[in-house]
Structures are given as structure tokens and as C-alpha cells.
Write a new protein. Structure first.
Length: 418
């Protein structure tokens, strides 16, 4: 019997004895002394009980770790203790499983779902003295799933703000009026006349739904066990995040996609400049100057740049100063606040010569250049019926999102970068 159980029983006996003695109105000296002794023993037992629980917990952890790390050969050794008689009685009378049989069934249930009582194959047929061609049995063991790689989030690095909306829509009013100040021409003259203060609304609407559906076969369920569900969720979440990131910049605004920065540039008033030349710091510098003269940035350190890896390859090979080895890339990266490279959110180079695009953004007055709205959370739907005949499982993940900008002067697009 465990020490903690013995101590718990003794504590119960002490409480029962104390309740009898406390009930007396005039206890004798012996009874009073007995109460003091039992009180001291009770307090001492509380300390012993906690110590016993800690020691036994460590033993349980070691036993559990031993069970989890058993090799397939050790697993086959304990099959001799599996009793089919207990399984039959459990199904017939509802009797609880005990001993090694109960331990094996519990571990099998933790690895996969069973509607009845799981029975290991080794319990049905245990052969002694047989070997395989290699000399000894060498069963295959499947390691944890090695998951896919996804592109990192670019929208956040380019200064975009993620806005989570519970229900409804969100509008961002942006001032568009040209209110100016003016001096009075004479002592009694009037100052500049009143100008209307106008705004334009930049709404986020839940009109765009993105989803990914995955079929999980029975083989996959049995192969990967309990870790499969988490791996599948991470895989689906990564795929959705990558698609959302791409939609922020390349969304077409049709066929269910939101309008990204490139497709919405003309409608939002974002300046688009055609470089039609090889990338140099001078080409990007002129756009940085436009940010500064438009009151959107106070210097090049406030500007973020998004390019494809091919642009970095070209600029890093273009030596600006042969004597010092300084390249065009060194001049660019030293001047700007941050440079992000991504192949996911910018279209592949096309044309002859090959040309691509770039995006520059800045945060002015604490306002981000664009907003990415998401509604609620990712909705993960489990469908156990569609593939029930084959024993499979189907999962669907849905997300609702939209994109809008704040002020057009905080974003600039460069095209034709060769």
C-alpha cells in the first residue's frame, strides 16, 4: 500500500477520534492530553503526507516515462500478461480491466480512438522462436511529422496593422480637404475664406472568405496518432496565413479575393512609378524624397522597402565603389529603416528583360500605411461523416478578411525594376 494512502487513513482515524473527544463538555485530563497528542500527530502527518505525494509523483513520472519509452521489443514482452478473458468479461458484464491488460488497453486508447476494447495483435498470436531474414524482428516506428515550410508574414513587417473585428464593418475616415491659412491683405481686410473639411471613408468589409479543406485518411490517422491533429492544424493555419499575406499585396479584388495594394493603387490614389531600369539606390532615393516632401516621413530611416530576392541579387553584385567594395545594396540597406525580401507577396519577374515590382511604406503620425481586417478567429470545422465509409476524416478551416489603406501618401509602388 502507498505511504500516502496509509497516512490518509490514519488522518481519518484521528479526525474521528477527535470528533468524539471534542463532543464532551468536560473532558478528563487524560482525554485532554490525548487530544493534544493527536493534534501534534495530525500536524506531523500533514507534512509526511505532502512528502509522500511528492515522492510518489516522481515514481509515477518515472514509471510513465518508462512506459512511453519502451521499445517495440519491450512492448511485445508484456503481451504475455494480456488476458483475453478480461476483455470478454468487460464486454459481457462490464467488469473493469485490471493489471497489465488494463495498462495495455489504456495506452492503446491514448494512441487512437476505438469504439470497443482495443486488443493488440500480439495478444492474438504470439509465436516463440521465429525470426526474420535479418536475424531479429525490426518493426518500423514512425517518427513525428516533419511539417511544411511557409513564407513568413510580410504585412506586419511592412507596417500594416492587423485589426480583429467581432461583427459588422469598420470604417476609417481620412481627411482629403485642402484647408489653407492666409494673411489679411490690409488692416481691415479678411483672411482666407472658409474651406470645407472633407473626408473619404476607407472601409473594411467581411466580404472575402478564405478556406482550406483537408482529407485525412485512416492510414494517416493510424500512422501519426495523437500528434496528427495538431500538425494538421498548424499546416492549415500556415497555409491560410500565407494566402492572406499574399492577398494584402496581390489580391485581385475579383473571384472572392480582396483588393490588394497593387490592384487598388489607382483607386486609392497610391503613386505608381515606372523605373524601367536596373535597381540602384538612386532610383529608390527619389521615392524616399517624395515621402519626405509629402510630409509622410522625416528621413530615409522612416521608410520600409519590400523587394523580391532577385533585386537583392542584382544590387549586391553591382559595385558602386570598386575601391571600397561598397555595393548598391550596401547603400540602400544602410539608408532605409528596413528592407524585407519576399517571393510570396510580389509577382514573379516577367517580360524581356525580366522586371519586377517593389513597395515602399512609412508610418506617419502613428498611423499605419494599411489595415488588414480579420473577423473573429479561424473557424475549424470537423466533418467525420463525408469519409466515414473509408474511415477518414475531413477538416475545413475558414477565415474572413479584407484590406484597406489609410493615407495614399504613405505607400508608393515601383514597377519595371529590371
Amino acid at each position: 500500500m502507498l505511504d500516502s494512502v496509509k497516512i490518509a487513513r490514519r488522518q481519518s482515524e484521528i479526525r474521528q477520534s477527535l470528533s468524539e473527544l471534542v463532543g464532551k463538555e468536560k473532558p478528563s485530563e487524560d482525554e485532554t492530553r490525548q487530544m493534544d497528542e493527536m493534534d501534534r500527530e495530525y500536524r506531523s502527518n500533514e507534512t509526511r503526507y505532502r512528502a509522500a505525494l511528492i515522492a510518489e509523483d516522481e515514481e509515477r513520472r518515472e514509471a510513465g516515462a518508462d512506459l512511453e519509452t519502451r521499445s517495440s521489443r519491450e512492448w511485445s514482452e508484456i503481451m504475455a500478461g494480456f488476458e483475453m478473458r478480461q476483455v470478454a468479461l468487460a464486454l459481457d458484464e462490464g467488469r473493469a480491466l485490471e493489471g497489465q491488460t488494463g495498462e495495455i488497453v489504456t495506452e492503446l486508447r491514448s494512441r487512437g480512438g476505438y469504439r470497443g476494447v482495443p486488443v493488440p495483435w500480439e495478444a492474438l498470436e504470439i509465436r516463440a522462436g521465429e525470426t526474420v531474414a535479418g536475424g531479429t524482428p525490426d518493426p518500423i516506428r514512425t517518427a513525428p511529422i516533419i511539417e511544411r515550410l511557409f513564407a513568413g508574414s510580410v504585412a506586419a513587417r511592412m507596417g500594416g496593422q492587423m485589426v480583429n473585428v467581432g461583427v459588422g464593418e469598420v470604417e476609417y475616415p481620412v481627411a482629403t480637404s485642402s484647408v489653407t491659412a492666409g494673411w489679411a491683405a490690409s488692416e481691415t481686410g479678411s483672411v482666407t475664406g472658409p474651406s470645407a473639411y472633407t473626408t473619404v471613408d476607407r472601409p473594411l468589409k467581411p466580404d472575402h472568405n478564405l478556406g482550406v479543406q483537408m482529407r485525412i485518411t485512416r492510414k494517416t490517422l493510424k500512422q501519426s496518432g495523437s500528434g496528427l491533429e495538431q500538425a494538421v492544424r498548424r499546416d492549415m493555419n500556415g497555409a491560410i496565413e500565407e494566402a492572406l499575406d499574399r492577398a494584402v499585396f496581390l489580391g485581385s479584388g475579383s473571384a472572392g479575393e480582396p483588393t490588394g495594394l497593387f490592384a487598388g493603387a489607382s483607386g486609392w490614389g497610391i503613386n505608381e512609378e515606372a523605373v524601367t531600369a536596373a535597381p540602384t539606390w538612386g532610383a529608390f532615393r527619389s521615392e524616399v524624397v517624395s515621402f519626405i516632401t509629402g510630409n509622410a516621413a522625416s528621413g530615409p530611416g522612416d521608410v520600409r522597402l519590400l523587394i523580391r530576392p532577385e533585386v537583392w541579387d542584382t544590387m549586391d553584385a553591382d559595385i558602386w565603389d570598386a575601391g571600397s567594395g561598397i555595393t548598391e545594396w550596401d547603400r540602400l540597406s544602410d539608408a532605409l529603416g528596413s528592407v524585407t525580401m519576399s517571393h510570396n507577396v510580389l509577382a514573379d519577374p516577367a517580360g524581356d528583360p525580366l522586371a519586377t515590382s517593389a513597395v515602399l511604406t512609412t508610418t506617419a503620425g502613428g498611423v499605419p500605411p494599411f489595415f488588414v481586417g480579420t473577423w473573429g478567429a479561424i473557424d475549424l470545422i470537423r466533418d467525420p461523416y463525408s469519409d466515414a465509409q473509408s474511415g477518414g476524416l475531413r477538416l475545413t478551416a475558414l477565415a474572413t478578411m479584407d484590406v484597406t489603406i489609410s493615407r495614399a501618401v504613405q505607400t508608393r509602388i515601383l514597377t519595371g525594376i529590371q
